[in-house]
Design a protein around this ligand. Structure first.
Ligand code: F3S
Length: 414
């Protein structure tokens, strides 16, 4: 590759495309002087940087890797990861995993197929060998991977990316599984997209005139807005008094129905006061719009199973759900998906036992979308997550019942 030395940097040039400044050490990685794996991974990052005209590589604080479920990556993915692990690939920064295809401890009790489970466990072992934290969640910011404002990251899962950018004010593009893994092994990511302040400016104002209350309301709002704005950056007005759970629900839905990786909310999200929205196109969202979105997401009746926790439930959500069903008996299976660390806290608080006595399950490490629900005999699933409602028909061949927690549970309590 042609190069020119400029003081402490090398300029890495690709004919007719652009230039990227590489440090001496990065140049050595690219030349294979630090081993074949790093060379392969760094090449992937430089190609990505080239496509998006990045000027340099930047160090990152943490990584979140998607492509963990055996259902998503299959045998080719499993073999690729085992090969990397056996060849000595090791991550250089704190790296977490996205949900796997099953509860990594209680998969047998929950009825996950044995052949699927064996391969899923091999995937987790390979990641663990690479030094990745062997926990699987889309809410890493709740359990030990909390970035700071302005920190650069390479995260993959779209709701986590949205939360990190919007609610925390960290900076990450939405990485694919391979680019996130490459970033973890190199400790670097190309400097483009949402890493640059100039690309974090709102492009459309969303004026919310509807009454917002439940997680399902915020999911419906996100679903509606994501469909309309696609990948633009929205700036919301008319949203007050929200919890971080409402925000994760909103962001997850916008990332699923559109490709929104960053949003701002007036007086709530940390960059909102820096933004000038004068003259931007404004979209109004009314109560009628939210009602119609509920109706469009709600395709079925009489669910086989009710699953909460997309994105993974926070402790606040688990407490809320446990209180709702305490002392009651559920007619149908109810899963509450969360991270393993959150389940440990719920165990200590006696919440898991309250949920199980009612007939529900606190399911860790996985979720309704990446688990093989269709192979487990379920065909209609009720959810309060617009993201799950969007993906369940295609990914898991499910008919979806969409509603808020109270309405979904009302039908199921004996
Ligand atoms: Fe998380 Fe699965 Fe939803 S990865 S955001 S719970 S689809």
């Amino acid at each position: 590759m042609p190069r020119v030395k400029v003081i402490n940097y090398y300029i890495y040039t690709i004919p007719n495309r652009g230039i990227m400044y590489l440090t001496r050490e990065q140049e050595q990685i690219l030349n294979g002087e630090k081993g074949e794996i790093l060379q392969r991974m760094f090449r992937l990052l430089t190609r990505l940087g080239d496509i998006y005209k990045a000027d340099k590589m930047i160090p990152i604080g943490s990584v979140q890797v998607a492509g963990v479920s055996y259902k998503s990556i299959g045998d080719p993915g499993l073999e690729f990861l085992e090969d990397l692990a056996h060849k000595g690939a090791r991550v250089q920064v704190l790296t977490f995993l996205n949900p796997a295809g099953m509860d990594l401890e209680e998969w047998d009790i929950l009825g996950f197929p044995h052949d699927f489970s064996a391969k899923q466990l091999r995937i987790i072992t390979a990641f663990k060998e690479m030094g990745i934290v062997p926990t699987a969640t889309c809410t890493p910011y709740l359990i030990g991977n909390l970035p700071r404002f302005g920190e650069h990251l390479a995260w993959s899962e779209s709701s986590a990316v949205s939360f990190a950018n919007s609610v925390i004010g960290a900076r990450t593009n939405r990485e694919g599984g391979p680019s996130a893994l490459a970033a973890a092994l190199c400790g670097l990511t190309p400097n483009y997209g949402l890493h640059l302040p100039g690309n974090r400016i709102p492009e459309v104002v969303i004026e919310v005139k509807a009454q917002m209350g439940t997680l399902a309301d915020f999911g419906a709002l996100g679903h509606l807005v994501g469909k309309q704005v696609r990948s633009k950056i929205p700036y919301f007005t008319g949203i007050f008094d929200v919890t971080s759970d409402h925000l994760k629900s909103l962001g997850a839905a916008m990332a699923a129905s559109g490709a929104v990786a960053l949003y701002h909310i007036k007086d709530i999200t940390p960059e909102s006061h820096l933004m000038d929205v004068k003259g931007l196109e404004t979209i109004h969202v009314t109560q009628k719009d939210i009602k119609e979105t509920y109706e469009s997401l709600n395709q079925g009746t009489n669910p086989d199973i009710i699953i909460f926790g997309c994105p993974h439930s926070s402790l606040r959500e688990i407490i809320h759900l446990a209180k709702k069903i305490e002392g009651k008996k559920l007619k149908k299976p109810v899963w509450i998906c969360t991270s393993r660390a959150m389940k440990e806290i719920a165990n200590r608080m006696g919440l898991t036992s309250i949920i199980e006595k009612a007939g529900g399950k606190l399911v860790a490490d996985t979720c309704m979308v990446v688990s093989p629900l269709e192979q487990m005999g379920y065909s209609t699933t009720a959810v309060n997550s617009a993201k799950a409602a969007q993906y369940l028909p295609g990914f898991c061949k499910q008919t979806v019942v969409y509603g808020n927690i109270d309405d979904l549970l009302k039908e199921q309590i004996k």
